[in-house]
Design a protein around this ligand. Sequence first.
Ligand SMILES: Cc1cc2nc3c(=O)[nH]c(=O)nc-3n(C[C@H](O)[C@H](O)[C@H](O)COP(=O)(O)O)c2cc1C
Length: 204
Amino acid sequence: MAAPKILIPFYSRTGTVEALALAVAEGARSAGAEVRLRRAREVVSPEIIASVPGWKQSAEAMNAKYEAPTADDAVWADGVIFGTPTRFGSMTSELKAYIDSLGGLWAEGKLNGKAGSAFAGSSQMHGGNESTVISLWNPLAHLGFIIVPTGYADGVMFAGAGSPYGASVISGHPPAGPSEAEIAVARFQGRRVTQVAAKLMAAA
Ligand SMILES: Cc1cc2nc3c(=O)[nH]c(=O)nc-3n(C[C@H](O)[C@H](O)[C@H](O)COP(=O)(O)O)c2cc1C
């Protein structure tokens, strides 16, 4: 059977969710996946970006490393693992803009039956990581994804990091991390979604 193809579209402004995305990719590859890592692009005006110290520079540095996610990437994938920082307990507008660009695929049912999963970052321990992952499950359901949570399906889930909904990073302020335990959950999520995608491919 062909290797499962895993797309990881993420948004990150200061690098912590990027680090988690890299760990998810590592886990997916370790389970045999071919991986595409993509960074959602800014959607606010240059004036707003310029008003936040370092935003322009970090966006340019990350955009030089990662292509923007496209609808074709989602069609290509057997599984999609979305990653986002928390914005007031929900996903970023940047990642949401990518999801909203998939409306044509929704109309054609092109994403039906693919594995879908989500991970998040927040600055506070109770700052909304879990609700942010679950906020991603809403559009995943509409798009027809088979939603894959991390559950307590591996020993790494008992080390006090992540959540049964998906991997997470608690970055603090200024942002730092992720910890080794948070990285371990992210790697597990990459492995698990790859394994589920392979089973869905075999069953199709
Ligand atoms: C507009 C805005 C809203 C935010 N809302 C929350 C929040 O509700 N809870 C929280 O813990 N952190 C919140 N944060 C902090 C970010 O989620 C945190 O810095 C982020 O996860 C860092 O990810 P990154 O380094 O990948 O950009 C917010 C940040 C911004 C800019």
